[in-house]
Design a protein around this ligand. Structure first.
Ligand SMILES: [Zn+2]
Length: 282
């Protein structure tokens, strides 16, 4: 009688333990930044079920799925996979830690200007509209592409940075800012369907959102012009609007944000490094 020889992966599987080598019995391809703020593209056999940190993930019919890590995600994530035949595997994914720019500014005079009742009502309506657009979960995996920058230009704000004013932590900056003059064309960094087009939101001014499927949504803020209406499909590289200084800003720039479900992702991790800028004239 021949003895069956089990590989380390199979033994780990039988024992219900994570495979320390990170290679398991379930074929799985991962692409993307496994770090705080990172979005990861995954492909497993068709029919696989997946859970991340105990939450069910949407897996496409062809086995493609996507997940992301928030700004302050812990050092490890727990990915559970189950094949159609019932074969199960649990993987621990290392999530790289990042260091964010945190500025503490004390001794500021108390804020003199509070939003009016009318402004507060607008702010509430705006955030409800943005949350509704983010809650969409189209089945098409439009996120599975090579993303491009929506605008080429100097980066003036990065993901995760935070100010602490008079000891009060403000909401971290979720997105990347690209400073370019009003009127500079903005293109779609990946295909999708427009889920929101609002010409005048309180904070974000001219605002567009694109639904890239499976809960991945991008937002473009402070636009001077919006070239599109909700519901329309957009191709990668297609012009969607123009940079502006609308909403609460100090100068013209594009704010580009990205979310997976309600998790804030760093869009800069999806694109190649920003191309070098031509030197300023003079
Ligand atoms: Zn911004």
């Amino acid at each position: 009688m021949r003895r069956r020889v089990l590989t380390g992966a199979a033994m780990a599987l039988l024992a219900g333990l994570p495979d320390a080598r990170g290679q398991g019995a379930v074929p799985l391809a991962l692409r993307g930044a496994q770090s705080q703020g990172g979005l990861v593209f995954a492909r497993a056999p068709a029919g696989t079920r997946a859970r991340l940190d105990g939450k069910d993930l949407r897996v496409g019919e062809d086995g493609r799925f996507v997940f992301g890590f928030g700004r302050d995600h812990g050092a490890e994530a727990d990915l559970e996979l189950e094949l159609p035949g019932g074969l199960r595997e649990r993987r621990r994914l290392a999530v790289a830690r990042r260091v964010y720019d945190v500025q503490r500014i004390d001794g500021l005079p108390p804020r003199m200007v509070e939003p009016s009742e009318a402004d507060l009502a607008r702010i509430k309506a705006d955030s409800a509209a943005i949350a509704a657009a983010r809650a969409r979960h189209r089945a098409e995996p439009d996120w599975d592409t090579d993303w491009v920058w929506p605008v080429i230009g100097p980066i003036s704000g990065v993901y995760g940075s935070q100010r602490i004013l008079n000891g009060q932590p403000r909401r971290p900056h979720y997105g990347v800012d690209i400073a370019m003059p009003t009127g500079t064309p903005v293109v779609a960094p990946a295909p999708g369907v427009f889920s929101l087009a609002a010409p005048d939101m309180y904070f974000t001014g001219g605002t567009l959102m694109i639904d890239h499927g499976h809960g991945v949504a991008s937002i473009y803020a402070h636009l001077a012009g919006l070239d599109v209406a909700p519901g329309r499909r957009v191709a990668r590289g297609e012009r969607i609007g123009a940079v502006g200084a609308t909403g609460r800003v100090t100068g013209a720039h594009l704010h580009w944000g990205l979310t997976w479900t309600s998790v804030q992702i760093d869009p800069a991790l999806l694109v190649p490094p920003m191309p070098r800028q031509p030197p300023a004239p003079g």
